[in-house]
Design a protein around this ligand. Structure first.
Ligand code: ARG
Length: 283
């Protein structure tokens, strides 16, 4: 399915993408205001940019599930397992069967959260890229009760982080672990306890708290593959920081998707996630 050395990202073309309901603050005022051609062009640009460093697989788009373009929310992949999402909002629940079918057809063992606890996959569950740890955002979408269940199902340590700003309703809107154990995050999106956990677990020289302006441009919603970072927009300060850490930054305007509350990272789901950091980055 994939070359040994390149990452593989799952995407879903925006054929049926539109803002047709409101389930986060970004969508307010945007129902039926999208520009379909611009959305197609922006998505293609992201896909082409990713294809210069990684594999991209596309799942079939489907009518009636306009947010399925945000594949990060399909599930949480680790090794040969995926925990299927159980969407909080009924508007997205019909996506679950599509993701489940695709995952099963691609040799993943599909696991489910018990009692259909709300769980929004790699939107809220992000692997640290320096140590074997799964960061888990809750407070808006995913249920905090998923944390110990995920730890058992995937045999990995889980650190829960409470999200407190409704504009940053998924962890991947305000928190981005980068290869080598680096981290971009927007501090004000987290409660005091979560801020303390981040400070305690990520060495100060490896984390960077982005400005409100960068956060609102979805700079933390970045796709990382090796030393490449793909994002909607970054300030000169943030660009300089990423360059100091050795990353090449690719800015791709994703404004049409921001109307729905998502950008680069939400539009992808990383499929190759070996179980440990060591095996993940072994040559
Ligand atoms: N409209 C979608 C929602 O509110 C956007 C999802 C963005 N995805 C993400 N991983 N942050 O669910």
């Amino acid at each position: 399915m994939m070359s040994k050395h390149l990452d593989t990202f799952l995407m879903c073309a925006p054929e049926h993408f539109e803002v047709s309901y409101i389930i986060n603050p970004w969508m307010e005022g945007n129902v039926a205001h999208g520009d379909h051609l611009t959305a197609q062009g922006q998505w293609q640009e992201l896909k082409h940019a990713l294809q210069s460093v990684a594999h991209v697989e596309c799942m079939p788009a489907a009518a009636g599930v306009p947010d399925m373009v945000f594949t990060a929310n399909g599930g949480l992949v680790l090794g040969d397992k995926v925990i299927l999402s159980a969407f909080k909002h009924v508007e997205r629940q019909a996506e679950e069967a599509h993701f489940s079918t695709w995952f099963a057809a691609h040799d993943l063992q599909v696991l489910h959260m018990p009692h259909d606890l709300p769980f929004e996959g790699a939107g809220d569950a992000l692997l640290d890229r320096g140590v074997d740890l799964l960061w888990f955002g809750h407070g808006h979408r995913s249920d905090v009760a998923c944390a110990p269940l995920m730890a058992d199902m995937l045999d990995i340590e889980v650190q829960a982080l409470k999200l407190v700003d409704p504009r940053f309703y998924h962890l991947d809107t305000c928190f981005c672990p980068l290869q080598g154990g680096y981290l971009l995050y927007y501090e004000d999106a987290f409660d005091a306890a979560a801020q303390a956990w981040i400070a305690a677990r990520v060495p100060v020289q490896k984390r960077f708290a982005v400005s409100a302006e960068d956060a609102l441009n979805f700079a933390c919603n970045a796709v990382n593959s090796g030393k490449h970072v793909f994002l909607n927009h970054a300030s000169t300060v943030l660009l300089a920081q990423l360059q100091r850490w050795g990353f090449s930054v690719h800015q791709i305007a994703l404004t049409e998707f921001m109307r729905a509350g998502g950008a680069a990272k939400c539009l992808t789901l990383k499929m190759n996630e070996p179980h440990t950091v060591r095996s993940r980055y072994a040559a």
